[in-house]
Design a protein around this ligand. Structure first.
Ligand code: DGL
Length: 263
C-alpha cells in the first residue's frame, strides 16, 4: 500500500532506526520527524515526554502515514501504551523488539540494559523482558553522558572511549552476556561499548529489531508497498542542517529535509 511509514524521535538518534527500515524495506517511503528543538527527552518528566510525543504523532498522522514507529526509547517507555491504544494505525515502539532480541540471544539469562534516566527509571525494559521471560535477570544502568557525547559528534578518540568506560564501570563485575542499547544514540558508540564490555557480551541494537518488527506487521496486515517509493522526507523542529548532514553524508540517503513547527 503506497502510504508512508512515520518515524518519530526526540532528535537525530532515531535515524539509526530509519536507516534500518530503509535498508530492510526499500519499497517504503519514510517520513521522519525529529524534535531537535526540544531534545533531549531523556531527563524530562514523563508528562512532558508524553505531550511532545503526541504532538509529533498528530503531525505525522495528518500526513496519512500507514504505520507509526516511535524510534525513541524514552518516548516509547512513557507514551507507547497510550498512543497504541488510541491510534487507528499500527504503532511500533523500540522497547519490545529490543527485549525480544535479548531473550533470543542470552545464554546465561542475565541481560544488561543501558538507556537515558527516563527510560531506565520507567522500568519499561524490565516489564518487557519479564513479560516475555519471568526468570531473566536484569541489570539496568542510566548513562546520562552517552547521548550528549553522540550529539557532540566526538565518535572517535581516547577521551570519548574514557567517557564510555567510566559510564559502564558499574558493569565491571556483573556477568551479563547480552547488553541492550536502550537509547537510539548508542548504536553510534558501538565500537567503544564493544571494546569496554568485551567480545563475550552481545550488543542488541533496537533499530535492527524494530525494522524487522515493522516489516512483519506490514506484511501480516497486507500493507507492504510493491513499488519504488517517492523521496523520503526528514523533518526537524529545530534547524534542519544537522539532520540534513547526517542523512546525506552519514546515511547516504537522498531525501527532502526541512524545519517544521508542531504547535
Ligand atoms: N532518543 C532518546 C532515546 O532513545 C535519546 C536522546 C534523548 O534523551 O532524547 O531515549
Amino acid at each position: 500500500m503506497r502510504q508512508p511509514i512515520g518515524v518519530i524521535d526526540s532528535g537525530v538518534g532515531g535515524l539509526t532506526v530509519a536507516r534500518e527500515i530503509i535498508r530492510q524495506l526499500p519499497n517504503e517511503q519514510i517520513l521522519y520527524l525529529g524534535d531537535t528543538r526540544r531534545c533531549p527527552y531523556g531527563s524530562r518528566p514523563a508528562e512532558e515526554v508524553i505531550e511532545y510525543t503526541w504532538e509529533m504523532t498528530r503531525y505525522l498522522l495528518a500526513k496519512d502515514i500507514k504505520l507509526l514507529v516511535i524510534a525513541c526509547n524514552t518516548a516509547t517507555a512513557f507514551a507507547f501504551n497510550e498512543i497504541r491504544k488510541v491510534l487507528p494505525i499500527p504503532v511500533v515502539g523500540v522497547v519490545y523488539p529490543g527485549a525480544r532480541a535479548a531473550i533470543k540471544m542470552t545464554r546465561n539469562r542475565h541481560v544488561g540494559v543501558i538507556g537515558t534516566v527516563g527510560t531506565i527509571s520507567s522500568k519499561a525494559y524490565n516489564q518487557a523482558l519479564h513479560g516475555l521471560h519471568p526468570y531473566i535477570k536484569i541489570t539496568s544502568l542510566a548513562c546520562p553522558s552517552l547521548a550528549p557525547l553522540v550529539e557532540s559528534g566526538k565518535l572517535e578518540g581516547e577521551q570519548s572511549l574514557q567517557i564510555v568506560r567510566n559510564e559502564l564501570l558499574p558493569f565491571r563485575d556483573v556477568p551479563i552476556d547480552t547488553l541492550i542499547l536502550g537509547c537510539t544514540h548508542y548504536p553510534f558508540l558501538k565500537p567503544f561499548i564493544k571494546k569496554v564490555m568485551g567480545e563475550h557480551v552481545q550488543l542488541i541494537d533496537s533499530g535492527e529489531e524494530t525494522a524487522r518488527e515493522t516489516s512483519t506487521i506490514l506484511y501480516l496486515k497486507g500493507l507492504l508497498s510493491q513499488e519504488n517509493p517517492p523521496p523520503h522526507e526528514f523533518y526537524a523542529t529545530g534547524s534542519a542542517q544537522v539532520l540534513e548532514r547526517i542523512v546525506r553524508d552519514g546515511l547516504k540517503i537522498k531525501a527532502i529535509t526541512r524545519t517544521v513547527q508542531l504547535v
